[in-house]
Design a protein. Sequence first.
Length: 94
Amino acid sequence: MSISLKKILKNKYVLYVSNKDTSYTKIIKILDIFFKKTLWTDNQKEANNLYEKVNPRVIVTDILLEKHDGFDFIKEIRKRDEKIPIIVISSKKD
């Protein structure tokens, strides 16, 4: 019996960390198609709190955050969880 990836993810939370720019709402809408709930924040401290509180199964993070570096956030998460999938994006156009 085959279970589709969409069915598996539909019961999971995703943590999305990005700046509040023109594309973040579009990405949230796309993530909401696949996941039970998309938790969005634009800062590293709140992202860490959400990670601890909700235990998302996937993280999507922008590298170029306004107040923090996405790499630092990834390093913090990796200290706690080496296996969680982390998808790195960038809104930089150059």
